[in-house]
Design a protein around this ligand. Sequence first.
Ligand code: ADP
Length: 612
Amino acid sequence: MQKKQELLKEVFGYDGFRIGQEPLVDALVSGRDAMGIMPTGAGKSICYQLPALMLPGITLVISPLISLMKDQVSALVQNGVRAAYLNSSLTEGQTAKAIANAAAGVYKIIYVAPERLFTPRFQYFVERAHISMVCVDEAHCVSQWGQDFRPSYLEIAQFVESLPVRPVVGAFTATATDAVRRDIAELLKLNDPVRVVTGFDRPNLYFGVQEPRDKYAAVTEYLSAHPNACGIIYCLTRKTVEEVHARLCADGYRAARYHAGLSPEERRSSQDAFVFDDVRIMVATNAFGMGIDKSNVSFVLHYNMPKNLESYYQEAGRAGRDGQPADCILLYGKRDVVTNRFFIEQDQENDALDEETRRAVRMKEEERLRQMTFYCRTQRCLRSFMLEYFGEPSPMHCANCSVCRQKTEKVEITRQARLVFCFVRDLRYPVGAGAVCDALRGVESEGVVRHKLDRMRGFGLLRSVPAARMREIMEHLIASGYLIRSGGKYPTLTLGAPAYEMLECGGTVTLYAAKEDAGKAAAPAQGNRRMTQASDPRLFEALRAKRAALAKSIGIPAFVIFSDATLHDMSAHRPHTMAEFLRVPGVGSKKAEQYGRDFLHVIAEYEKNSGK
Ligand code: ADP
């Protein structure tokens, strides 16, 4: 079992597993089927890529997303893993070559489109190969209840059964209601799978709904308030994409456009411009984004209401994959309902279906459209509305959506924050957030007594602050990077750079807190927000420029080299040696070997020039 940790670090550069990953890895490695339902950005790929390296034979990953396959394979190759993909983007010759390589045992992981499974060439290969595992990505495509039903997914179970030896099967998706989960297990014929469902909540995403009189004005207002942010504007129709894009360009914004009516070359160049950070705004229909996993998208505006909450959550979820705060704002208009209804009626996508099934699918779509409309009109917390739709219990108040914000107020908490910082700074050794809260509130809890916190100067100085507010304050300080919470079973607190800065230079701290009349029991934002490290913005920009130059020269998207989170960590910790470089999360040995010198050089130059 030592081995999986070593591989995680060695190949992928990570020190530990994220929630949900380890049980899925263990299941698959031990030969047990598994089903992982985890939100976008949770790290599903590792759950099957790591077992793939540990199992003796080849792993097939079935994925419907051509662009994602390409990125995943590039990322694997960057990490030194032998991988390839087979889909309609390859020429006949390329396919033949890839299959010949596969048969010769060149690849450990092969991504394949579901439509390819029964082609004679692929069949010839799999009948002779040792397939240890089949993993189904975007597994919700197997269900008519899912938003992306693909009839070809229904053939996967038959494919698995046709193999000479049944491989272990894993199924993964981000979006699944109860009905979809049941369908995945049943239709893929999973054999008593280990099920892992991690929370759907993405606490770093702000959700908003507006019903503006002038949608375009609402967009430009947002864009001018966020001049450097990078994001996507989704529209329902090609025509709207064209209109919004043309107006934005005429108004001086650097924007690209993407929809199915453009030629493949136009689409590719638009996508590249966005992925490579040449433009910061992408105006698109839902044709864009299937498989885009650009990590630094900081807003997703919906110019129109999408057809259902599954689509909305998936599209909006393309924001903030790096864990940084991001905005998801839906600009609702009554006409959106009419357009969507028209689409449902016109939908000829599933012409492989018989009349009865088609009618059933249509009824489900209408119901989902109704729920989507309720979301736009609700007076409830938007996050809890959505989480409940996906079958997850949720706090009734998240403080990070447009409904909650209306019911929240901005409160200055500078004094409380300073007292917390002094207290944490003066600790003899780090302790957990609960003990700090108790001590400052003068509560002689078990933790306070055990760590002798009642003897500290700050003990009881925040006695007048109610416990719930105190927790809210602590969560906010952690989420904003003032306090750093360690990982592990017993997380402890230390001060982040912004807290030191505040203690030295002053400043104010504010918090959106539940208004008194909005319910005293209102819970603070939940979840494990990733915090912004004390990254040096100028060094970060220098590292980013290096990454962009390298990416361009090799012809791969920048985030495949390193994520923004990895660059932030680099700029915060400034490694000087290869050993230190390897300690940065997201740096495995192959990438260290390939890029280490370049990035270490940028850091050294930066320090030399800035005298830091
Ligand atoms: P998903 O497929 O669930 O949307 P990905 O597999 O693309 O998510 O992972 C999202 C991001 O999280 C990637 O940048 C990935 O490298 C990172 N990641 C995955 N697992 C870990 C881990 N154990 N520690 C740190 N980062 C991780």
